[in-house]
Write a protein that binds this ligand. Sequence first.
Ligand code: C2E
Ligand code: SIN
Ligand code: SIN
Ligand code: FE
Ligand code: FE
Length: 423
Amino acid sequence: MDFLDKLISVGIAINSVVDLEELLDLILQKARDLSGADAGSIYLVKDKELVFFAAQNDTLEKRLGKEEVKNLFRNFSLSLDKSSVAGYVAVTGEVLNIENVYENSQHDFWAHKQWDRANNYRSKSMLVFPLTTPKQEVVGVIQLINAKENGQIVPFKQSFVNIMPYFAAQAAVAIVNARLYHEVEASHLDTVFRLGVAAEYRDKETAFHIKRVAKMAVVFGQELGFSKQALHNLYWSVAMHDVGKLGVPDSILNKPGPLTDQERAIMQQHTLIGGYILRNARSELLQDAQIVALTHHEKYDGTGYPAQLKGESIPLIGRIAGIVDVFDALSSVRVYKPPFSEEKVRKIMLEGKGTHFDPDLIDILLENWDKFWDIRQKYQDGQKISEKHWVPQRLCWEELWQEIKQNQANWTPKVKNSDLVKW
Ligand code: C2E
Ligand code: SIN
Ligand code: SIN
Ligand code: FE
Ligand code: FE
């Protein structure tokens, strides 16, 4: 393949990724493939800083492992001025093609040399270029280090330097798009999530219910080997499982005693009302949320509501939502019941294996019991629900994802198949 073919295929590849983290890793990988670079990193312009986002280094990865290399850069940022090489490139828009970092007198590589020394690495050739959009906006900088040919470090080739602006423009546009996509998605989610919060506000004793069930659902997702995107969708979908309660009168929702048959029938409509609120959604996430709203009270043996679905015909995410919803209802106080003891909750969940609940999911629940119980303990009801508590909700997914990544070594997914989510 010549460069043009490669460039076109790279363009197609990077335009199909919307997750920023994944996108930057891919851009860096492609830049290194095209140029033969041993190492590289990407910085993005954010406020008045250049924030480090992605790093790859074949030599160090062989020595330390991929995650460890990322850790070397974590929380690293440079000020957006000429004091660093990356900053220089971001501010001036110039391309730097340097044959030998240690013999270059035009730029100050002091910080870079420090880094080399600390990590026992030796930089020689370096190519630093801005990620400039067609509107001439610099969104970031890519720094490539040590071009290799037959195992030898060589200068970066002019043939790559020539096509590089086209590559950089495609990458810059993809980054802008990924950010826009995330912004639109975030505000979209925020709006719907507020509906869930509104519903939950009325049902005071279950104020923390949303948060607990969403977190518990993610534990199931992890055990089942869901992808990051699938975990994200699961988290938000389960958080919205009861939006339909908005349509249930207070007199029923907060009734201290048992419900009459008629009241129960009205209560059960919260599944259909939720399905209605979330109908015709265009985003995959809200489509999942609708499925969860509709199916979280179906039972494995076909005796649930509203559709009496049975077994695997209940979508997996609905089965997961159903199990965490009941686990949480049993272990928490409700207007109509006290919280049950850990032993009693375990007993009821086990009794429902194969009748109310998917037996495989019950096995996962029992194997990971402490994780679920810890979530239950950590987000206790009775803590006052306040503005302060709800406003940072939007950050929670990112926080949770960072936590998951850090603990990733501690869990091995049993099924490596994110198709599962698509039943
Ligand atoms: P919820 O309180 O969040 O309960 C969710 C589900 O947990 C229930 O779905 C049920 O499957 C399970 N669950 C709750 N408490 C118990 C229990 O003591 N024993 C057992 N075995 N399972 C339990 P369900 O029954 O479809 O109820 C849906 C929602 O309807 C409940 O959500 C609650 O908001 C309301 N609800 C149900 N029963 C009553 C009641 O007797 N009085 C009042 N005021 N509301 C009720
Ligand atoms: C999202 O999860 O994509 C939006 C909310 C956030 O995590 O900022
Ligand atoms: C709740 O879970 O907060 C009550 C409604 C339901 O789950 O069906
Ligand atoms: Fe419900
Ligand atoms: Fe619920």
